[in-house]
Design a protein around this ligand. Structure first.
Ligand SMILES: [Zn+2]
Ligand SMILES: [Zn+2]
Length: 256
């Protein structure tokens, strides 16, 4: 029984949460989420039931207004939740479900968002458990990002992006260079979200805090950065992670 993995004081939240998931999975709705009316036209395409309210004419599904909107098949949600509680890695779950790692992570993040909204105590327990068992992929991708940042900020000799000459010099602390052969300046971070992102000395630490699951407020306190800056940085880094093909890490870090 999955409940054996979960502290007894959380069982009532767990049962209520399972009740919610079951309603979503069965795809039945009793009242329109927009106007509260209870008369619908029902249509079905593949395995999804769509309800059209007879009063306000809006369309809805059992997951409308939840983080699970469009994350079909809905029965995966409970499977992923229970597998994560048993410390299965995202990779193992993806393999068992026959889907991509990103699909599993997206659903897990929706689960976390839903729990945060409705069952805060269960949410805290679930999230802490996640961080004690960070998957190998996340660790590996974090290493890739670390290496890229170090390379970008420390490399002295970079081939010119225009003429491939080795004869380049670094300008300042950022990833900007001047080529002595063709006299061009180039910036390795130009056209990336990191262009003009200040405080390069905090970048590695920032990534560590993201992976450790710190929220924006905690990061802003730890690094003495303004809260708006932290949320901008989080978005910029998640985009950059995607550019570097670290999609799993990007999804993992995207949840504030
Ligand atoms: Zn309605
Ligand atoms: Zn050049």
């Amino acid at each position: 029984m999955i409940s054996e993995f979960i502290p007894a004081e959380l069982h009532s939240q767990l049962n209520a949460f399972y009740g919610d998931l079951e309603k979503i999975t069965l795809q039945q709705i009793k009242i329109c989420p927009f106007c509260g009316n209870d008369q619908f036209f029902v249509s079905r395409s593949r395995s999804t039931y769509t309800y059209r309210c007879k009063a306000c004419h809006k369309y809805s599904t059992s997951a409308t207004h939840t983080p699970f909107n469009r994350l079909i098949p809905f029965n995966w949600l409970k499977i992923i939740f229970e597998n994560r509680i048993q410390n299965q890695s995202y990779q193992t779950i993806a393999k068992n479900l026959g889907c991509s790692l990103e699909k599993v992570m997206r659903r897990d993040h929706a689960l976390i968002a839903y729990l945060q909204q409705h069952y805060p105590t269960l949410h805290n327990w679930y999230k802490n458990r996640q961080y004690t068992a960070i998957s190998p992929t996340i660790k590996q991708q974090k290493q890739i990002v670390h290496d890229k940042i170090r390379q970008l900020l420390s490399a002295e000799k970079i081939n010119c992006i225009h003429c491939s000459s080795h004869d380049t010099v670094k300008i300042g602390a950022r990833a900007a260079y001047r080529c002595k052969s063709c006299a061009c300046n180039f910036n390795l971070l130009g056209n990336t979200p990191l262009n003009r992102l200040p405080h390069t000395d905090l970048w590695l630490k920032f990534i560590d805090l993201l992976v450790a699951g710190y929220n924006n407020l905690q990061i802003s306190q730890a690094l003495q950065l303004n809260a708006n800056t932290v949320s901008k940085w989080r978005r910029a880094w998640c985009q950059m992670m995607e550019t570097w093909n670290c999609n799993a890490l990007a999804i993992f870090c995207s949840h504030p």
